[in-house]
Design a protein around this ligand. Structure first.
Ligand code: EPZ
Length: 422
């Protein structure tokens, strides 16, 4: 098991490259099941979550390997449409094979994802969507079994809204099931995240006919077949936001390459409130900050609102603000595993239901802390770079799920992070 030893406080300088988006790559890998043949994602990030889905696709019959020119997925043969619990439980996004396998094979068995550190991961809206397309669904020993009618799936109008608004992977699943369904499908209350738009653009490049991309109303005209593709994904806006917080929390200036600021308007709005200047520069952005950190209230929302995946990182930053902030989590009300850990570092955070009252303190102090979900763990690394002393973060594998060699990239701009196996 790896740990990080992080010396602080540090100042950073230089440039960091953001990788291809994890949350675009995962559904796009699943979409390649729809088109028998070899598809390639040239900039698929090399992450534990991506490797988990590679393993799952191979268990379905696909051949997956990484070449210098990108991730190759050969989906010519798919002879075992079963998403096994052993893989799905490690990576809930595996549920995104449901739609494409239903469309391709007419029958799919995939494990219910089960809960995780950020809360329950229900898939009821995914099932509502594929049922509306004609699939018969039943549960069997913790597995979802979905079967398309003999004549195939049929387009219809589907409302995909839920108690927390839209669903990203639910929209992805229904879109992938609908692209070769008979007739037209209209998805109302579709997720508008850039990663959903990226998937839709990839599907259209494969021959699908999707309009309304980026809007809450997607119109999908069923086509007969899709073709394999070579498709590069968008930059990872959550990784970009994490590195922007790294610059702010260490009061540094950083160039962040390959980030699309037009995907991050809610994030730059909060940075402005905090007093952090973010400027477009050379196909990315430049963040320059020397404090003081102003307090700011944050409420997570579906896109274009503030992303839940940056909530923990901003809380680490606001924990040293000159004043109090309120952070409200409206997507995953339990997504506060980082609160107790930041308090161990002398932050002053108080949870009140879906809110955390952040009373700003002058400084954080190093401590041994425990990583939990992917983004909470990144927040602890950010806090460690600002805290006085050496912070030890345990269970670093959580971070490796979503950030490629984060310590090497941060050390290259001045961080002092040592990865150790214990
Ligand atoms: C995607 O998860 C992302 N993962 C998550 O990022 C992200 O936090 C989340 O969207 C919200 O933006 C990937 O894209 C691989 P949802 P997803 O369905 O699609 C509820 C990370 O750190 N819901 O949009 O699983 C659900 O419980 C990960 O990279 C239902 O109630 O999230 C949640 O409260 C973590 N029923 C809300 O909707 C359903 O059928 C939004 O979830 C589906 C979801």
């Amino acid at each position: 098991m790896d740990i990080f030893e992080i010396d602080g406080p540090v100042h950073l300088s230089g440039a960091i490259d953001v990788t291809g988006s994890k949350n675009s790559t995962l559904p796009i890998m699943a979409a390649m099941l729809l088109a028998p043949g070899i598809s390639v994602i040239p900039n698929a990030p090399d992450l534990a979550d991506i490797r988990s889905l590679e393993t799952l696709l191979e268990s379905l019959g696909a051949k997956v390997h990484r070449n210098p020119d990108g991730l190759h997925i050969n989906s010519t043969v798919i002879d075992n449409p079963v998403g096994a619990y052993e893989i799905v439980r490690k990576m809930r996004a595996s549920i995104c094979i449901l739609g494409p396998l239903l469309a391709r094979c007419g029958r799919v068995k995939v494990s219910m994802p089960g809960g995780c550190a950020i809360g329950d991961r229900p898939v009821d809206i995914h099932l509502r969507g594929v049922k509306a397309l004609g699939a018969k669904i039943h549960l069997e020993n913790g597995y979802i079994v979905a079967e398309a009618p003999a004549g195939g799936l049929a387009g219809t109008q589907i409302f995909l809204g839920g108690p927390f608004g839209s669903t990203v992977l639910g929209t992805d699943n229904v879109m992938m099931a609908a692209v070769t369904a008979k007739g037209t499908t209209i998805i109302e209350s579709a997720a508008c995240e850039p990663e959903v738009a990226d998937l839709a653009n990839c599907l259209n490049a494969m021959g699908a006919k999707i309009s309304g991309i980026g809007s809450p109303r997607l119109v999908i005209e069923g086509v007969k077949e899709l073709k394999p593709i070579t498709y590069s994904v968008i930059g990872d806006r959550i990784e970009a936001g994490t590195f922007m917080v790294a610059a702010a929390i260490t009061r540094s200036k950083l160039q962040i390459n390959n980030c699309q600021l037009d995907h991050m308007l809610a994030v730059t709005d909060r940075f402005r409130q905090i007093g952090v200047a973010v400027e477009t520069s050379n196909g990315g952005c430049e963040v320059a900050f020397d404090g003081p950190i102003r307090p700011a209230d944050i409420t997570t929302q579906p896109y274009p609102g503030f992303p839940t995946d940056l909530q923990a990182q901003f809380m680490a930053l606001l924990s040293m603000a000159k004043g109090n902030s309120v952070v409200t989590e409206k997507i995953y009300p339990d997504r506060f595993m980082h609160v107790a850990e930041l308090n161990r570092m002398a932050a002053s955070l108080r949870k009140e239901g879906p809110n955390v009252i952040v009373a700003g303190v002058d400084k954080l102090v190093a401590a041994p802390v425990m990583a939990s979900d992917l983004r909470a763990s990144a927040a602890l690394v950010l806090a460690g770079m600002a805290a006085e002393g050496t912070t030890v973060v345990q269970r670093v594998y959580h971070i490796d799920r979503g950030y490629h060699r984060i310590e090497e990239r941060l050390n290259a701009v001045g961080a002092k992070i040592r990865r150790k196996s214990v």
